[in-house]
Design a protein around this ligand. Structure first.
Ligand code: ATP
Ligand code: MG
Length: 322
């Protein structure tokens, strides 16, 4: 396997009146070619901050405090912005943002938005581009007549499919989906995820699939990264993480997944307490205040991110001690 995307010790903070929100704090992970990386963690843990840093679309008060994002070996963060937009975004990696249905401009027909994306990057005729648009829509199960419509004339699920088709227009090597399906009903959500997985398998792009819902990742991912309060707490092969979760936080998240096969509602275990204030996080492990296994050292020192065996990493004093 070879690495497509490598995030190294990335730190992204938000400046506020009172200090810095440490939203992504020393996160390192990688994604191999033609593989799917699932990124999970509860609301506010820094998932979108990570994604917007990779695509360099962060809000104005965000600041990269350190680290690198390497894509095909090249550091994206210090690349000239014009070059980055011209040669990397859409062509090499495309982004399906959170609330992605708002990506579509309400005053343009679907076809025109897609044409603009193609023609901004490739020197091909309008007829050729239009043909490609019809094909792209068909690939995601949207009838080509819909190309003539405005976004509001489509259903939420169709709009989501159009956004996926747009992301794939220039055949990028990587797609990043940030909660792309959370706004949809459960059945539509399952269909869209299946569609993305099928496209990924046939076209062999890499995908980073970001969600607060760990249960969505079991069937689509090759590897899983679990974030908590701006930190990566566990990272590894999907089977290892689900069958042998090492971090107490991951263990609790997995326990909280309702088992549909049991039919009757399993008693949901909510994790007691709240994530910390990221402007003033605990000095030791950020999960320690909520952790059932916390020991004195957990409040004192940050656990190091450690490889346990094979492709399975964790940052936890209780595991490292064993
Ligand atoms: P969700 O699952 O709700 O989408 P997330 O994991 O994507 O959450 P982020 O949006 O990355 O979380 O936010 C991480 C932290 O950064 C949160 O504490 C959030 O309040 C804070 N944050 C996000 N944007 C800003 C901003 N522009 N200024 C200050 N703080 C921000
Ligand atoms: Mg988010």
């Amino acid at each position: 396997t070879d690495t497509l995307l490598q995030v190294d010790s990335l730190k992204t903070y938000y400046r506020t009146k009172t200090g810095y929100v440490k939203a992504v704090d020393d996160v390192s992970l990688f994604l191999d070619r033609a593989k799917v990386l699932g990124v999970a963690g509860e609301s506010g843990c820094g998932k979108s901050t990570l994604v917007t840093a990779i695509f360099r679309v962060m809000p104005r008060n965000a600041q990269i405090m350190g680290g690198e994002v390497r894509f095909k070996g090249q550091n994206l963060l210090n690349m000239d912005m014009k070059t980055f937009k011209k040669t990397v975004v859409w062509k090499e990696m495309a982004y399906i943002p959170q609330a992605s249905m708002d990506v579509l401009d309400p005053v343009y027909r679907i076809k025109d938005q897609m044409l603009e994306t193609i023609l901004a990057h490739e020197e091909i005729s309008k007829a050729e581009a239009t043909e490609r648009i019809y094909q792209a829509l068909e690939n995601v199960g949207v009838p080509q007549e819909k190309a003539e419509m405005f976004p509001h004339e489509l259903s939420g699920g169709q709009r989501q499919r159009v956004v996926i088709a747009m992301a794939l227009l220039l055949n990028p090597s990587m797609i990043v989906s940030d909660e792309a399906t959370t706004a949809l009903d459960v059945i539509t959500q399952a269909k869209i995820i299946e569609l993305m997985k099928n496209l990924q398998e046939t076209r062999k792009f890499s995908m980073m699939f970001v969600t607060h819902d760990l249960s969505l990742l079991a069937n689509v991912s090759d590897s899983i990264a679990v974030m908590y309060a701006g930190k990566l707490v566990e990272f590894g092969d999907v089977e290892k993480v689900f069958s042998n979760p090492l971090h107490p936080y991951t263990q609790l998240l997995i326990k909280a997944i309702p088992d549909l096969r049991l039919r009757k509602q399993k008693k949901l275990v909510a994790i007691p307490g709240f994530p910390p204030d990221l402007e003033d996080p605990p000095k030791g492990c950020r999960f320690a205040p909520r952790c059932p296994l916390a020991m004195p050292i957990c409040n004192e020192r940050e656990p190091e991110f450690t490889r346990i065996e094979g492709f399975h990493y964790v940052a936890c004093h209780a595991v490292n001690k064993k």
